[in-house]
Design a binder for this molecule. Structure first.
Ligand code: ATP
Length: 240
């Protein structure tokens, strides 16, 4: 797939091609401006590729009704927006028919069961504007649980860049591996615990896919990944 922004000579995504299995965790890493966000926006069809296409289970996403595409792709952004309302209302926002069991499963997969049990009224606890009462890592996992309730084929996760305490770091890593057993999790990774735990890593640089492999493989043979791992990915266990 190749895509250039209007009036920009150099493609932001340049002849990038990859195939992923139906399940698992794929981490995308790359320096600032590499094209990671643009790639996500192409998958979500916010932009149309100049060349190439994206297929989910063999179906070209360009030909899908937008409602089908949105149902197949769950999106969790860096600053997960939460609304005023209860934890439950925040969870079922996109899937109002979700049963109590669906909610419990999604909460468990996002490793939030204990966090919610510790709130004064559990799922009925009111969250303030912006999700007062939950840490950044917990808010993002709540957004992951919300996305899971729609049973997506692909979960796009733009990991928060903020530091996580070590409990949240572990919970995120464990949540990704649980969820990766159900769908393909494609995450713009900002932490080394995510790339170490991922099934594969795609290294994007200058709009191109320069390398793919596991953490150990890329540490062994990719200079850009080694540099990112030492300078830009948040070390495991770092806290704010
Ligand atoms: N709306 C836009 N119009 C023109 N150029 C853009 C636009 N958005 C991004 N770009 C350019 O496209 C390239 C890729 O940007 P992109 O945001 O996809 O990179 P990124 O890897 O997500 O970076 P970061 O890690 O800093 O978020 C950059 O050169 C950027 O300046």
């Amino acid at each position: 797939m190749t895509f250039s922004y209007a009036d920009v000579g150099i493609p932001a995504v340049n002849a990038v091609s990859f195939t992923l299995p139906a399940t698992g965790v794929t981490a995308i890493v790359g320096p600032s401006g590499a094209g990671k966000t643009t790639l996500f926006q192409l998958i979500e069809r916010f932009h149309t590729p100049d060349q190439g296409s994206i297929r989910i289970s063999g179906s070209n996403t360009a030909a899908m009704p937008l409602s089908e595409l949105r149902a197949r792709i769950g999106l969790v952004e860096q600053e997960a927006p939460l609304m005023r309302g209860t934890v439950r209302e925040n969870l079922v926002y996109a899937q109002p028919d979700a049963t109590a069991e669906d909610v419990a499963q999604a909460v468990e997969a996002a490793h939030l069961t204990e966090v919610i049990a510790a709130l004064p009224k559990g799922l009925d606890t009111e969250l303030g504007e912006g999700g007062t009462g939950l840490s950044g890592g917990q808010r993002q996992r709540l957004a992951i649980a919300r996305a899971l309730l729609t049973r997506p084929d692909v979960l796009l996760l733009d990991e928060a860049t903020s530091n996580l305490d070590s409990d949240s770091e572990t919970a995120l890593r464990d949540a990704l591996s649980t969820i990766g057993a159900r769908c393909q999790v494609l995450t713009i990774a900002h932490r080394i615990s995510t790339t170490i735990g991922a099934d594969r890593i795609l290294v994007i640089e200058g709009g191109q896919l320069r390398a793919r492999g596991t953490h150990a493989e890329l540490m062994d043979h990719d200079d850009t990944y080694r540099r990112l791992a030492s300078q830009q990915l948040t070390p495991a266990g770092a806290s704010s």
